[in-house]
Write a protein that binds this ligand. Structure first.
Ligand code: ATP
Length: 458
């Protein structure tokens, strides 16, 4: 992991690398792009899937007290009345250009942000939700909204999940999905866009235990970022002051990351109390309480919500992995991704495009593809190919050379140390798996050797 962020990295470098290597493109670029919308390219989609997969595996699969769900983006309009997202619909709002808080224009004295003194946008009638129409007639009865958060899908399904899973408190529901906000100010690449993805947990607990669970989740979520490669020194907690708490929140702490533009929110953890279940029970007329077997009482659980985006963590992983080091007359750019996050786990590089080398390399490539997302590169010198893989964060290169044809061994070259070992083809998959799981490169399989001979990169 690099200690160098953010001094070696800036947003231009990340945007340019993302564009050049196929991580992220501006949306609809051939038409001049669409403001604040982004398309994930072949490498970006792998990176983003890996981030979501790492989250799902840790937060859902490996826990006994969590279940997942996938609610629809369009929800009954009453949802947004109950959640409070619709109120203030026709209020003229201004937004602070620096801290992004919105204010009712008619409540303000003076022309600066009351919270941070920042410059304010022009007032306008504003609701952050995207509005559309369901069915063929564009009238008020058909109005629906694109969800501005995934959370409400989990609250309205609370009883369904309870009845079908028989979970007891404390337990959580987790969801990954798209959200949409018609943000007034966007920018900083994928940091703030109008269409984005979220990874959210609603963790239901007994009232009175909420403060403990809040601390627990704060720790869990911090550890998750560190486990998958973010330097702990680039993460900071920011407690919300009483005056900035959202209407539903008893306590909110943001996990901030040192992005190239400065410390900014990566994820928010909120104690939502019983606000949402109480509101939805009242607006729907349905009972959303929980029967506590111990006390034989119906209670409305409290909710701890760790709410992360997907795109901001993707950007944080990209920034934190970015490193540059001197390389002869040039600079070696390396994305030092954690193997679980790296788009490709390995690249197969035949030393030449001649047979029977290509046949052997293709067979190895086909075998590895059954286990992981891997790539194949036979263009230009091996040194150039190593650099290309370094720049996209591929942890290992597997080089097939002419000697491989005789001794049936291949070279594994590690991205970070650039060290190499030589292993029998039959041991390749197990060895790679062990290295991807964190084993030292120099722990050798039977018949393996530390490979000094090939250790010169052109
Ligand atoms: P901000 O103050 O930066 O606008 P927020 O406090 O409104 O963020 P939340 O409502 O807490 O954000 O949403 C939870 C998470 O969803 C955020 O921490 C962030 O990772 C992500 N998120 C929210 N809005 C956006 C957006 N416009 N673009 C990308 N990600 C977003």
């Amino acid at each position: 992991m690099t200690e160098n962020t953010p001094s070696k990295v800036n947003m231009e470098k990340i945007v340019s690398l993302s564009r050049r290597r196929g991580f992220i493109f501006p949306s609809s670029e051939i038409y001049g792009g669409l403001s604040s919308c982004w398309d994930y390219g072949p490498l970006g989609v792998e990176l983003k899937r890996n981030v979501k997969e790492a989250w799902w595996r840790t937060m859902v699969q490996q826990r006994d007290d969590m279940v997942g769900m996938d609610a629809s983006i369009l929800m009954h309009p009453k949802t947004w009345e109950a959640s409070g997202h619709l109120s203030g619909f026709s209020d003229p709002l201004v937004e602070c250009k620096s801290c992004h808080q919105r204010w009712r224009a008619d409540d303000l004295e003076g022309d600066r942000c009351p919270s941070c003194g920042g410059e304010l946008t022009e007032p306008r009638l504003f609701n952050l939700m995207f509005k559309t129409f369901m069915g063929p007639v564009e009238d008020d009865a058909g109005v629906v909204y694109l969800r501005p958060e995934t959370a409400q899908g989990m609250f309205v399904n609370f009883q369904n999940v309870l009845n079908t899973t028989r979970k007891r408190l404390p337990f959580g529901i987790a969801q990954i999905g798209k959200s949409f906000r018609n943000e007034i100010t966007t920018g900083n690449f994928i940091f703030r866009s109008r269409e984005f993805e979220q990874m959210e947990i609603e963790f239901f607990v007994k009232p009175g235990t909420d403060e403990e669970w809040f601390d627990y989740w704060l720790e869990e979520r911090l550890n998750w970022y560190v486990k998958f490669g973010v330097n702990r020194e680039h993460l900071r907690l920011r407690e919300h002051g009483k005056e900035e708490l959202s209407h539903y929140s008893r306590r909110t702490v943001d996990i901030n990351y040192l992005f190239p533009m400065g410390w900014s929110e990566l994820e928010g953890i909120a104690n939502r109390g019983d606000f949402d279940l109480t509101q939805h029970a009242s607006f729907s007329g349905k009972d959303l309480s929980y029967f506590d077997e111990e006390t034989k009482e119906h209670i409305v659980p409290y909710v701890i919500e760790p709410s992360a985006g997907v795109d901001r963590p993707v950007l944080a992983f990209l920034c934190d992995a970015y490193d540059e080091e001197p390389d002869k007359d040039d600079i070696r750019v390396v994305l030092r991704f954690h193997p679980a996050i790296a788009p490709y786990k390995a690249a197969v590089l035949p030393l030449s495009r001649r047979q029977p080398l290509v046949e052997m390399a293709s067979e190895i490539y086909a075998g590895l593809r059954q286990c992981w997302t891997v790539t194949y590169d036979d263009a230009q010198s091996v040194g150039r190919r190593y650099r290309r893989q370094d720049e996209i964060g591929t942890p290992f290169c597997v080089t097939v050379d002419f000697k491989s044809l005789e001794d049936h061994q291949v070279t594994i070259r590690e991205r970070d140390s650039m060290n190499q070992i030589r292993v029998p083809v039959g041991e390749l998959q197990n060895t790679l798996q062990a290295k991807l799981d964190g084993e030292d490169l120099f722990v050798l399989p039977p018949g393996g050797q530390i490979w000094l001979e090939a250790n010169k990169e052109e």
